[in-house]
Write a protein that binds this ligand. Sequence first.
Ligand SMILES: *[C@@H]1O[C@H](CO)[C@@H](O)[C@H](O)[C@H]1NC(C)=O
Ligand SMILES: *[C@@H]1O[C@H](CO)[C@@H](O)[C@H](O)[C@H]1NC(C)=O
Length: 261
Amino acid sequence: WERVSHLALCLFLFLLTAQNCSYTLHSPNGTIESPGYPYGYPNYANCTWVIVAAEHNRIQLVFQGFALEEDFDILSVYDGPPSPGNLRTRLTGFQLPSPIVSTGARLTLWLLSDYAVSGQGFKAVYEALPSYTCGNPGQLINGHQQGSTFNIGDKIRYSCSSGYVLEGHTTLSCLATSAGTAAWDFPLPYCRDDGCGGTLRGQSGVIKTPNYPAEYNNNADCTWTVLAEPGDTIALVFSDFQLEDDYDLLEVSGTEGSSQW
Ligand SMILES: *[C@@H]1O[C@H](CO)[C@@H](O)[C@H](O)[C@H]1NC(C)=O
Ligand SMILES: *[C@@H]1O[C@H](CO)[C@@H](O)[C@H](O)[C@H]1NC(C)=O
């Protein structure tokens, strides 16, 4: 009996952890969360969410949180029903994915986790959009978005915060497609740290000009701020210094006793 009840308990636990979860969502907007979010999804999760919008609509999905065990737990997004030909993207890891807009009135999410280790999971909001809109292409990390309408003919401009360089196109245009929907002409750009300037904290560190020991760029304009605890002093020790005489300069200033700089 002991063995039988042990087996029954194992089976019960297996069914509990291997629970299937599938949902069909018909409301025009809403929120999708992986089971247990943000405290972690179960191992052996196998969940699908099918979002069905009204005809001539498309669905915009915007992620608000995303953490899946990299390469082992996967969220697949299908542009339509979940058949291999409709696979739009496979998402895993810890970076917040860009928004996704379906071509038609259906979008499917499929979460599959393996036997061990889980992350917080994911949370996304979705919204049905008319077919003549491209949807929000997304915000940039360390950058700004200019423009807040996303219909055919609209343009969105992107710029990066200081210390970052934009990679990709600064302007995206929402264009009509031959399939009768709308799409952005270029993918979302991103902001790359230009290695020039920044804020440094901590007990010690190294400051280098961009490309060091190769030459820095013309027209470089870099500001580094070193922060210490109140009462501390900061020592700056140069181990190498070569700037073009009279034309390029490094200015050092501090918050206190400016007369000594
Ligand atoms: C869905 O849309 C309705 C009407 O526009 C709005 O009142 C509601 O807050 C939205 N819900 C969500 C979850 O976005
Ligand atoms: C996930 O669930 C579906 C539907 O219940 C099933 O057909 C499929 O085999 C499951 N996949 C895995 C890997 O468990």
